[in-house]
Design a protein around this ligand. Structure first.
Ligand code: MG
Length: 389
């Protein structure tokens, strides 16, 4: 390795190490329980991705998906008639496909869920007949309430808010990427239910739909969920509901149906974005308690830094006191090291000093914090704070 490359590798390793540690980005604030680049923030769960479908063959779902129809006859056990939930569905599985039997009624999942990523594939018969809404009509009803329209619109005009990919009665699809009858159509849907607090709508709920990979609904507000002829009014949805497939009198076929539940929005008690000050304070207290628990298993400098770290999520007198006592000892011991032996301790001293300077910068420790004065004095006297040219 050429010297320059070696140096670059060293630098990049040290910047990764820094980014992984504490006392780095801006700390938590009133509406964000985590700091910027916060290493205490949970890692995303590992998901084994599935495979894409072809016209000939359905793909496979990701590893964390709940499979609602995979082509097995036994998958019908997961579905029931929506009018008479005690009755099994009259829809049939033929050649690995779930097929609507006209006149048999809607079917719904026994499983109830709400916010989700939903994958559904559907296909019309090649010898399709009918016009407008009477041509290959079915529908995917999220929570049994909001219909993403299923219809052959390959060569068939209808009112646009009832076209395939429409949020029925609310919003037309932005494009018509529907393939000709007999081909498979793929919907990938992101659904967020409406949320009410104290009888007031605080989030209208949203649908995002990709139809054959083309974005046709972009975070479309639900406006009450839509419906036939009537303008829907905003109303509370239950916590969860079934997925329904519509019998509109046409023998539409389905395959490869699965969903993945989504994390709650901040407004619904989740912690994925900007949170209320109350929820943030609660979460910060939880994170701090977890770090103090972790610190209790550590010794020495690691324990001290972890205790200090906990205090930028939530003040805690015991944590501050014991970390302060430890850092005072550390500073006194450092001060006693002969000048010619200091260099070997540079890394440790810099690490603790950087932590203290961070805590002072964000007013978590007072500007005149004694150990910080001692350590920073040593750092400056040795010019460790000067960037190398
Ligand atoms: Mg329909």
């Amino acid at each position: 390795m050429r010297p320059l490359h070696y140096l670059a590798a060293l630098l990049s390793v040290s910047s990764v190490a820094l980014a992984d540690g504490a006392f780095y980005g801006d700390p938590p604030d009133a509406t964000h329980p985590w700091g910027i680049h916060d290493h205490n923030r949970p890692q995303p769960s590992v998901v084994e991705p599935g495979s894409f479908s072809s016209q000939e063959k359905p793909g496979t779902p990701p590893s964390d998906a709940v499979v609602l129809f995979s082509g097995q006859e036994s998958d019908l056990d997961q579905w029931q008639s929506d009018k008479n939930p005690a009755e099994p569905t009259k829809w049939i599985v033929k050649d690995g496909l779930l097929q609507c039997v006209p006149g048999s009624g809607y079917i719904q999942t026994k499983e109830k869920f709400a916010d989700c990523q939903l994958h559904v594939e559907w296909s019309e018969p090649e010898d399709i007949t009918g016009t407008s809404q009477g041509r290959g009509n079915s529908g995917v009803f999220l929570m049994g309430e909001v219909e993403v329209q299923v219809l052959d619109i390959y060569n068939n005009k209808t009112y646009s808010d009832g076209a395939a990919g429409a949020v029925y009665g609310i919003n037309p699809p932005m494009a018509n990427p529907i393939r000709k009858p007999g081909q498979w159509q793929v919907y990938d849907i992101v659904f967020r239910r409406p949320i009410f607090k104290d009888g007031k709508e605080v989030d209208p709920g949203y649908l995002t739909v990709f139809s054959n990979g083309v974005l046709v609904q972009d975070h479309t507000p639900l406006e009450g969920g839509g419906g036939h002829k009537k303008r829907s009014q905003a109303h509370p949805f239950p916590e969860v509901g079934p997925l329904k497939l519509q019998d509109h009198g046409n023998p539409v076929r389905f395959r490869n149906i699965w969903y993945r539940p989504l994390p709650k929005r901040a407004i619904d008690g989740g912690d994925t974005s900007v949170m209320s000050p109350e929820a943030t304070a609660k979460k910060r207290a939880e994170i701090a308690a977890g770090i103090r628990e972790d610190a209790a298993k550590l010794e020495g400098k690691a324990k001290m830094l972890r205790l200090f770290e906990s205090t930028y999520y939530a003040a805690n007198e015991d944590a501050t006191q014991s970390a302060t006592a430890m850092v005072n000892e550390f500073a006194a011991a450092t001060k006693a090291i002969p000048a010619d032996k200091l260099q070997s301790k540079k890394g440790e001293i810099m690490e603790v000093n950087n932590a203290l300077q961070y805590l002072i910068k964000f007013q978590i420790l007072p500007g005149d914090f004694a150990a910080a004065k001692t350590l920073n004095g040593i750092v400056k006297a040795n010019e460790w704070d000067k960037k190398k040219k």
